[in-house]
Write a protein that binds this ligand. Sequence first.
Ligand code: DC
Length: 230
Amino acid sequence: MKLITIAIDGHSSCGKSTMAKDLAKEIGYIYIDTGAMYRAVTLFALQNGLISEEGIDEEGLRERMSDIMITFQLNEETGRPDTYLNGVCVERDIRTMEVSKYVSPIATLGFVREAMVDLQRLMGEAKGVIMDGRDIGTVVFPDAELKVFVTASVDVRAQRRFDELTAKGEKCDFEEIKANVIERDRIDSTREISPLRQAEDAIVLDNSNLTIPEQKNWLLEQYYRVAGED
Ligand code: DC
């Protein structure tokens, strides 16, 4: 099998990361959750008083970008990588509703995107990587050998996020989550820099009616098809 780059893009909460993580584990590739990177920047901004009722202190954040170090470390227990912000594991803290509320506006900032894209290219330069996000197949790795664009209905996605947060013991409201999913779709798809869109050569997967094992098998088949080519 040849070593390839796999780009998985799509709407929020459509199970991209679950299928990407599972495939990475199965085929021994490095998995990079780029949404987690934008979430870590958002958490940093919240922790450092750069987000207030008046909005985001863009200049303040721009000045502090060099103080943000994002890394991933494999969690032996889950077999999946955890996100670290300046050496501290923030895997749980970046998934709260508060971070979800501000992450899309943070991800529209050009200087944030530039810094994250540079880091993503560095992390994936040796290939053998699966990266999930919004602009991987279009901007970060336009030459990726396998590109998948994942989507699912809004209700299905909101339900999945609701179940995820509830399982973690976080109190949440379905309608609030659904509104957040719709709002993030809107911001992600209409922003000026690198909006969420399907790459022309991406394969589309609507997983509204698929189980996790079904998705996993589908992706594995795509991988064998592409990586097995001469
Ligand atoms: O995948 P996620 O829901 O954890 O992503 C969080 C936010 O980050 C999402 O609203 C859009 C943004 N994002 C982005 O703009 N580009 C990426 N490559 C990944 C995520």
